[in-house]
Every structure is written in C-alpha cells, then in structure tokens.
Ligand binder design. Structure first.
Ligand code: COA
Length: 275
C-alpha cells in the first residue's frame, strides 16, 4: 500500500510522523458538514485505519474552526425531495461520526478550535480524547432554529456531560467556551489557541509511544463495560485480558515483565516499557 495520504475533496490529510490529522476542509463554510464531507471522512478513516504509519488520528477543522454542524443547505435542504440521496447521506454521516470513530482501533483525539456546533458534537464525543482551545465556542444550536439535537447528538452528550449540563445547553442553546467545556468534562483539557496544535501533538506522542495493542484493548474495554453490570464486566474483562495476551504481536506483557522483574530497567508505575 502506498505511504502517501489519499486526496479528498472536503477532507485534508496531514502527517506529523505517526500522528495523522484528518481535517474537515470547507473553511469558507466553517467546515459545515456536506454529504461530500461525510463520504470523504468515511474514506479518510478507512484509509487511516489501514495506514501502517498512523498510530494516532487527530480530527480537526481547517481555517480556525472545528465545524459549524450539518450543512443546512447541502445536508438538509438539498436532500428534502430525494429519499435515496438522503439515505446515503444519513448513512455516511452516522458511520464516520459515531460507528467508525467509536470503534476505531487506534487512539483518536478531537482538536477543537473556533466554532463547534450541533452535529459536530458527535465526533468530538466519539473520539477517545478531546483537547480544545480555551477560546473555542461550543453550542447545541438546534433549538435556536426549531429542531432537536438529532442524529445521536442528544444521546451522545449524556455520555460525557452531566444530565443538568446536557439538558441546559440543549434546551437553552447557549454557547460555552473551551475552558467551560473542561469544567463540564466535555473535553479533557483546554489550552491557549497558539499552543493547541503543539499540545495536541505532544499528547498524541504520549499515546503513540505505548503498545498499540494495549491502547486498542484498553480503550475497547473501558468503552464497552460502561453498559454492563458488574458480573458481565468481570467476565468480559477477563476474556479481553486473555485475548490481549494472545493477540499482541509485540508481546508487550512478557517484555514488560522481563524489563521490570529481571532487568530492573523500567518502573511500570512511572512510564512505558521499552518497545
Ligand atoms: N450550514 C450551511 N452553511 C453554513 C453553516 C451551516 N451549518 N454554517 C456556516 N455556513 C456558511 C454561511 O451560510 C456562510 O456562507 P456564505 O458565505 O455563502 O454566505 C459561510 O458559511 C460563513 O458563515 P457566516 O455565518 O458568514 O460566518 P460567521 O463566522 O459570521 O458565523 C457561525 C459562523 C458558525 C456562528 C454561523 O455561520 C452559524 O450560526 N452557523 C450555523 C451553526 C449551526 O447552528 N449549526 C448547527 C447545524 S446541526
């Protein structure tokens, strides 16, 4: 497979070593999500999943904004009288913003600056981590134009925000900043805008230094047990743990045990084993 990123119309792909940026690229429309953008993001994620060089995927937007939500003209109005096109658009829109991202086998980070509205909340939540600029502006603006936060938005916000905050911002339609998003646990952290890219890359490098199999199995485990009871979780985690030991091509556990117990060359409490 070629090492060159694929070229797409509404999504730009950029590499920073083993960190790959998938950039929503309609800056003149504040990266509002058109049917083409949805289809391109599906392709981009499929490409990044299979790309050997990519260890961490960062989702962001071009031109100083993350995304102004669904494109009201091209996503909604243009599909009003075309049920087939609407079905395809809905499928692609849901596929990348939730299904593909939520089950992505490599670590994912949403890097949010500028505006992030409505349907753009879904990929932020589906990513494993989110880092925002202090100044980012988030808004569940749907209520302001007479609709509900549809797709999976209303469901997704309650996965990360407390019930009171989710209800408040969905019903009132008020904006909140990157700093406020941290206080509500909507994002992991916020930083000054001029440090956003460097901080995101530094964080992504922490992830890419780890055993890829351990990252994949750990994020799957934490994500899935949230919907299980204690007995199911205990059983699932035992099998998951065995599966990691069996399927890790790097044999991380054995290496780490040797380095800690025999060679005394690393301390698991303080950092990663030598891969
Ligand atoms: N759908 C379609 N077009 C959009 C859009 C959207 N969600 N958001 C922005 N655009 C377009 C504007 O129509 C404008 O197009 P034009 O240049 O052809 O007139 C262009 O992007 C720039 O937008 P503009 O409103 O002039 O920029 P701004 O920086 O002053 O304001 C926003 C940016 C995001 C605050 C404002 O565009 C807005 O409120 N957008 C809708 C956000 C929203 O409610 N999204 C939820 C949808 S699920």
């Amino acid at each position: 497979m070629s090492n060159e990123p694929i070229k797409l119309e509404a999504v730009k792909i950029e590499r920073e070593g083993d960190v790959t940026f998938l950039i929503l690229n309609r800056p003149e429309k504040r990266n509002a999500m058109s049917p083409q953008l949805h289809s391109d993001m599906c392709e981009a994620l499929d490409w990044a999943e299979m790309d050997d060089q990519t260890r961490v995927v960062v989702i962001t937007g071009a031109g100083g904004n993350f995304c102004a939500g669904q494109d009201l003209k091209l996503f909604f109005r243009a599909n009003e009288n075309d049920p087939k096109a609407w079905a395809v658009t809905l499928r692609d829109s849901h596929a990348w913003r939730w299904d593909k991202l939520a089950s992505f086998p490599k670590a994912t980070v949403a890097m949010v600056h500028g505006y992030c509205f409505g349907g753009a909340f879904t990929p932020v939540i589906a990513c494993d981590f989110a880092i925002a600029a202090d100044s980012a502006i988030f808004g569940l603006s749907e209520v302001n134009w007479g609709v509900i936060p549809g797709g999976l938005v209303s469901w997704a916000v309650t996965r990360v925000m407390g019930y009171r905050d989710a209800l408040y911002y969905a019903v009132v339609g008020e904006q909140f900043t990157g700093k406020e998003a941290v206080a509500m646990k909507f994002v992991n952290k916020s930083v000054p805008l001029d440090q956003l890219r460097d901080e995101t890359i530094a964080f992504a490098r922490k992830l890419s230094a780890k055993s890829p199999a351990a990252v994949k199995y750990t994020k799957e485990a934490v994500r899935v047990v949230r919907d299980m009871n204690k007995e199911q979780a205990f059983d699932y985690l035992k099998v998951k743990s065995d599966a990691l030991s069996l399927n890790d091509p790097e044999k991380g556990r054995q290496k780490a045990m040797k380095q800690f117990l025999d060679e005394k060359s690393f301390k698991p409490g303080l950092g990663d084993f030598k891969r």
